[in-house]
Design a protein around this ligand. Structure first.
Ligand code: SAM
Length: 303
């Protein structure tokens, strides 16, 4: 190990826990206007992007998160035409969204132009097809400011953000969720990056409480992403149509067939439906959080 740079994930330092990568080669490192960015090569995970000491995307396991954050809300909706991504600088989510022929326009609002710029060079598998697609509209701006002002209306909103620190903090706030609701069409659905419940229980429950104030159904679904260490990753779910997460495997499979059965490596109609079956500790914390909305507004503290 001597001589090779050890790059730690510092996200869980407060838990006295660190995961460290042995970097084969550091490809790029900079303090951008918004955050510290490092991209490096790893012998097993391939290219790894970290922002402010947190793993964002790796070549080896990106497909899990990108497919589950995209195909679940879009196929649950069933006729998504206008989609908004907040964050998503590496364009991995955008690449999955544009596989859906129902989508007529994809708006992506990313705060840090340098993340997109360097993803053009280092993640061409995402950026090339996306930037060549006429349906794609990239806006460099703060997602909070955009959803507070835009006159566009969206069937699906995907918040592929960093964690609730630095520029990503506002994307976990009540005013952000309220502004997102303002620009959603009737029957629309919103999904969010919501942390790993085992290590970040408050990140999930406080967001569920806030969304429950605005939507009839505030819930989450799960997937296991090896480099989002800590077991299950929670993806926040908010809509006024509670039936949308109770659609049968048969119906989801039919929608997938109509969408052109594009190739996937993680998502399947069965995995889609199973992702809403939460382990008891997560189900109980979500249930408690949604109940909390009724009893004590004081519980809705800003993150
Ligand atoms: N999948 C990763 C995760 O779960 O941690 C997130 C990947 S993506 C690279 C996160 C993006 O959110 C970054 O490019 C970051 O610049 C962007 N971002 C953070 N705060 C933002 C804000 N307020 N508005 C828009 N984009 C933001």
């Amino acid at each position: 190990m001597a001589g090779k740079r050890q790059i730690p994930e510092t996200l869980f330092d407060d838990l006295g826990f660190r995961m460290t990568y042995e970097a084969k080669r550091v490809l790029y490192e900079a303090q951008t206007e918004h955050q510290h960015l490092v991209l490096f090569e790893h012998s097993f995970f391939g290219k790894i992007l970290m922002l402010d000491g947190a793993t964002q995307v790796t070549t080896a396991d990106e497909f899990v998160y990108h497919e589950m954050m995209t195909h679940v809300p879009i196929l649950a909706h069933g006729n998504a035409r206008e989609v908004l991504i907040v964050g998503g600088g590496d364009c991995g989510i955008a690449e999955e969204v544009l596989k859906h022929n129902s989508v007529k326009r994809l708006t992506q609002v990313e705060i840090d132009a340098s993340v997109v710029e360097f993803s053009k060079e280092h993640f061409p598998e995402f950026t090339k097809p996306v930037l060549a697609d006429k349906r794609f509209d990239l806006i460099i701006a703060d997602g909070m400011k955009y959803v507070a002002k835009t006159d566009r209306r969206f069937d699906v909103i995907i918040v592929d953000s960093t964690d609730p620190h630095g520029p990503g903090k506002v994307l976990f706030s009540q005013k952000f969720f309220a502004a997102c609701r303002r620009c959603m069409t009737t029957g629309a659905v919103m999904v969010t990056q919501n942390g790993v419940p085992m290590f970040q229980p408050g990140e999930l429950t406080s967001a569920v409480v806030k969304r429950r104030k605005l939507f009839a159904d505030s819930y989450c679904y799960i997937a296991a992403i090896p480099t989002y260490v800590g077991g299950h990753m929670a993806m926040g779910w908010a809509t006024d149509d509670a039936r949308m997460r109770q659609i049968s495997v048969k119906s989801i499979a039919e929608r997938y067939r109509k969408a052109g059965r594009f190739p996937t490596k993680y998502w399947t109609p069965e995995v889609h439906v199973a992702a809403f079956a939460l382990p008891r500790f997560i189900a109980e914390s979500v249930a408690k959080a949604t109940r909390r909305r009724i009893r004590s507004p004081a519980a809705v503290r800003e993150v």
